[in-house]
Design a protein around this ligand. Structure first.
Ligand SMILES: Cc1cc2nc3c(=O)[nH]c(=O)nc-3n(C[C@H](O)[C@H](O)[C@H](O)COP(=O)(O)OP(=O)(O)OC[C@H]3O[C@@H](n4cnc5c(N)ncnc54)[C@H](O)[C@@H]3O)c2cc1C
Length: 415
């Protein structure tokens, strides 16, 4: 039996293939086709939506790892490589990814396929860094894609083929100088404020107390030395673990305990060492991409609606930003975006809160993060994504028989 990282999803595939190379992927797709079965690629299983769930064949891509080639501005890697391995390999060459999501346990293919982002008004998601991909299509053939169809693959949802190699843009390594400071939510969320002025910035909101904490960072001056980083992740994780246990009994305590600072004020170091949460709590999440201008009002509306319904938002709400994306199904497609992530501690039923979040943030023009929990169907996707027809055209070309479909993709994309 397969379960995802948070434990919220499970399935019993009829078979699991774990190919070691591209030829193995081709053979697995051909085998599934011979048996008339569908096949779903899966990475590190960090998604909370059932994108990778199947009763047919699971294609575990975790052995497709390693760097194929590195240049001064690009890297070609096998698609199952984790971000942790990629950060380490690039650092050895004095290079780095421009964007650093807060997890490094996910695979490059899984991250790209759901549009995984970091937080910076000018820094695009991992999907935006893609230069070319190699994939095995629904007929079992290898294709290299670098033309206009790449905008379908930038957020392909595993619906277009099995990515085997990805070429990504990279930048020279640099040190980031980061700070954290509490503030008033409306000031921290305002347009032109802390979220928009820095290379990297995020805001954590504590809905029950109305408090907020901003974190931001900029590239430090050339020649500056890394400051010793006092990582608070273990402390935060321990605090959050107790909060989770306590939260079920005495829920008002939880936000107070979750609020532990991350670096104890400020720190300097490589972004992948500072920004990755090394001890994430196993929460379920839902995350929504809103037009940047709608952020402040949407947060106020959400807090008021949760309060009115007596729903507690126990875990901090994480607010991040990003520029407009070109990926046809990227939730930030065509508009500067503010992301609102709501998490639910394990052992609690996230259904009522996540349902409310979906209602309020859809009304505010939001689109769900594909990896988070959401209840969108093709009807909402058609309304929200002007380039869906182009995505479907590429899907018809690469997977006319829907070898890579599952029930969830049928729901959000149609048959
Ligand atoms: C603790 C935690 C922190 C997170 N932080 C962030 C964050 O900072 N920013 C953000 O945007 N998201 C974040 N996420 C969401 C996460 O990035 C996505 O769930 C991502 O898709 C996970 O990658 P994965 O390797 O686990 O992929 P999976 O969840 O296994 O799969 C995701 C999708 O990718 C497809 N896929 C996997 N491998 C391939 C392949 N080789 N070819 C084609 N398709 C493939 C699958 O079919 C599926 O559709 C976080 C999630 C967690 C649990």
């Amino acid at each position: 039996m397969w379960t995802n990282w948070s434990g919220s999803l499970e399935c019993r595939p009829r078979a699991t293939d774990r190919p070691l190379d591209e030829a193995g992927v081709m053979a697995a797709v051909a085998r599934a086709a011979d048996r008339g079965l569908r096949i779903r690629p899966v990475g590190a299983g960090h998604s909370d939506s059932p994108l990778a769930v199947t009763d047919d064949v699971h294609l575990d891509c975790s052995a497709l790892t390693g760097i194929v080639a590195v240049g001064t501005d690009r890297v070609r890697i096998r698609a199952g490589t984790t971000l942790a391995s990629l950060h380490a390999a690039l650092a050895e060459k004095d290079l780095a990814l421009d964007v650093v999501p807060d997890t490094d346990a996910v695979t490059v293919a899984g991250a790209i396929s759901t549009g995984t982002h970091g937080s910076g008004a000018a820094v695009g998601s991992l999907s935006a860094q893609v230069i070319t991909v190699r994939l095995v299509d629904g007929m079992g053939a290898v294709r290299r894609i670098d033309g206009p169809d790449l905008d379908a693959l930038r957020t392909g949802l595993g619906a277009l083929g099995v990515l085997t190699e990805v070429e990504l843009r990279v930048v020279p390594a640099a040190l980031l100088h980061v700070h954290e400071e509490p503030g008033a939510p409306s000031e921290l969320l305002a347009e032109g404020g802390v979220l928009d002025r820095h290379r990297w910035a995020e805001v954590e909101l504590h809905v029950p107390s109305g408090e907020a904490l901003a974190r931001w960072g900029d590239v430090s001056e050339p020649g500056s030395e890394p400051l010793p980083v006092v990582r608070r992740d273990p402390v935060r994780a321990a605090a959050a673990g107790s909060a989770e246990a306590l939260g079920r009994m005495v829920s008002w305590l939880a936000p107070t305990v979750w609020r532990a600072p991350r670096w104890g004020g400020s720190a300097t170091g490589p972004a992948h060492r500072l920004l990755v949460d090394t001890r994430p709590q196993r929460t379920e999440f839902t995350e929504w991409a809103l037009p940047r201008a709608a952020l402040d009002a949407a947060v106020r509306e959400l807090s008021a609606a949760a309060g009115a319904r007596g729903l507690e938002v126990k875990a901090p709400v994480l607010v991040r930003v990003g520029p407009a994306e070109s990926g046809w199904l990227h939730p930030a497609t065509d508009r500067a975006t503010a992301w609102i992530a709501v998490r639910a501690p394990r052992g609690t039923d996230p259904g009522p809160l996540f349902g409310l979040v979906a209602t309020v943030l859809t009304a505010a023009g939001g689109r769900p993060h594909w990896a988070g929990r959401h209840d969108w169907t093709a009807a909402e996707v058609e309304q929200a994504y002007p380039r869906l027809a182009d995505f479907r055209r590429v899907r018809d070309k690469l997977d006319p028989q829907r070898r890579f479909a599952n029930a969830h993709l049928d729901t959000i994309l149609g048959p």
